[in-house]
Design a protein around this ligand. Sequence first.
Ligand code: SF4
Length: 210
Amino acid sequence: MTSQMLNLATWIHCTTAEGPGKRFALWVQGCAIRCPGCCNPEMFSNAPKHLKPIDEVLNMILTAKDERDIEGVTILGGEPFSQARPLVALTTQLKQHDLSVMVFTGFQREELEMRTDGEPELIEQCDILVDGPYIQEQHTQSRRWIGSENQRVHFLTSRYQDTEDWEKPNTVEITFDGKELEISGFPMWQKQIEAWKRVLQKREESQKKS
Ligand code: SF4
């Protein structure tokens, strides 16, 4: 086990809208790329949002595996490769529990492979890596899980090479389990998503007060 910390923006315990099958989705906080039109601008800042030890994040994910039968974890953001070292520690343990790993990055794979701060090691942990920045002018809704035409999908293991999910259009998923409202997937209607985010924010504020 390790005491490394992750700066997280938010997470969802189980979704089918952020990769193949049922998955835990983890949004990291902080992205220096700042693509115009990014749907998560609140995740640009590197300021601590939810600072969590790797062990605690791993426990949340393993609980989701037991209770919700997730098959993997999707890491997005924010920019996951800006926190490559702690994510290597996390994903190494996920693999030991037979959980698949899918990571979205705004950088190009070739650029990350040249870096020396854990980036090549994180690529090695990925079953699927989606790379490249979001380019507003190349926006698409027809590539599942992907925002713009330039972004590439690298199947780095054989685990999902035959998935047909890839061919389906993008989706958005909203779940409410009586306690938590969770939104995931691709924001087809930006205004509605923003309204849902405000609802979540108000719920968070009222929970803090109570
Ligand atoms: S790389 Fe991703 S998180 Fe960062 S600005 Fe671009 S779309 Fe947003």
